[in-house]
Design a protein around this ligand. Structure first.
Ligand code: GDP
Length: 295
């Protein structure tokens, strides 16, 4: 699978190295596996949990050959990733997809890709420029709006993001828009203000459209490994994240962070970014990921 090549090369090659040959299952083997998992950014907690599950299965199935672990590991990874969780939409009227994340993770690019994706599906999409903190963020969003061929609702730099949300919702209601994708600020150095701002934006959306936002997508950069895991915890608390978009999976050999996120924060990864272009976004299918790792 695209975007996974590097992860597969590093992670799976290492796993294969450990498991091949006529090796027996022993304590050293478990330790080596643990190390490979941790080094692939799976995270310590999830790595330990995975290896613990392997031990149990080995006992239960009375396995003794290292090679037999390959299938068990694949099953346990698939199990950890769980079922695909579909995106939620409004039954009628506009749906709101709120996009949150720290600056630089690929939030704007992801919004452009999502706009293109849903537009392609026949939905009428608009963007809302809710990162009013930086003029450049508004400009960048406009560029993506033009590329994707969708309207961008904006106000000037420094405007209240909640007011932008209000405008966008009003526009959407009067012009039968199906989907509002809303950008938000990502300046984490001022964490308290940022989180308050997100909560306010959410309140306005909830008030204007009961049941909205239908999705709160958190954008995380796969190349930042354990930082991504930390960000997930912070945003989950403040914004009630319903799904994750993991970007730059094409640029890392550490796709294991997907497992760490599922294992520790239990938020489903719903999309992955595999490049800088408008088409480089893929719905994340957990079982495919598990299969692709070992194919
Ligand atoms: P923002 O500050 O979070 O809005 O980040 P941007 O959307 O401006 O993206 C930051 C950089 O990451 C840009 O150079 C993007 O082209 C790049 N980028 C975004 N998503 C991906 C991806 O999936 N793969 C790769 N390789 N680059 C990406």
């Amino acid at each position: 699978k695209e975007g996974l090549t590097k992860t597969r090369d590093q992670f799976v090659t290492k796993v294969e190295e450990i498991l091949t040959g006529r090796r027996k299952i022993d304590e050293d083997l478990y330790e080596e596996l643990e190390e490979v998992l941790i080094r692939s950014d799976v995270g310590v907690t999830t790595s330990l949990e995975l290896v613990q599950r392997l031990r149990q299965e080995v006992k239960k199935r009375k396995l003794s050959e290292a090679q037999e672990l390959r299938e068990v590991l694949k099953e346990e990874i698939a199990d950890l990733l769980g079922e695909e969780v579909p995106l939620q939409f409004a039954e009628s009227g506009p749906s709101v997809l709120l996009v949150v994340g720290v600056n630089g993770v690929g939030k704007t690019t992801t919004i452009g890709k999502l706009a293109h994706y849903f537009q392609d599906e026949g939905k009428k999409v608009i963007l809302a420029a809710g990162d009013t903190f930086r003029a450049a963020a508004i400009d960048q969003l406009e560029i993506w709006g033009q590329r994707a061929g969708v309207e961008v609702i904006k106000q000037r730099e420094g405007a209240d993001p909640a007011a932008v949300a209000f405008d966008a919702i009003h526009y959407a209601k009067t012009r039968s828009v199906d989907l509002i994708i809303m950008d938000t600020a990502g300046r984490l150095h001022n964490k308290v203000n940022l989180m308050e701002e997100l909560k306010k934006v959410k309140r306005v959306i909830e008030r204007e459209i009961p049941g909205a936002p239908h999705e709160v997508l958190l954008v995380l950069d796969a190349t930042t490994g354990q930082n991504a895991l930390q960000q997930a915890k912070i945003f989950q608390e403040a914004a009630g994240v319903t799904g994750i978009v993991l970007t730059k999976l094409d640029g890392t050999a550490k796709g294991g962070v997907v497992l760490g996120i599922q294992g520790e924060v239990k938020i489903p990864v719903k999309w992955v970014g595999v490049g800088e272009g408008m088409e480089d976004l893929r719905p994340f299918v957990p079982q495919d990921f598990a299969n692709a790792l070992f194919s």
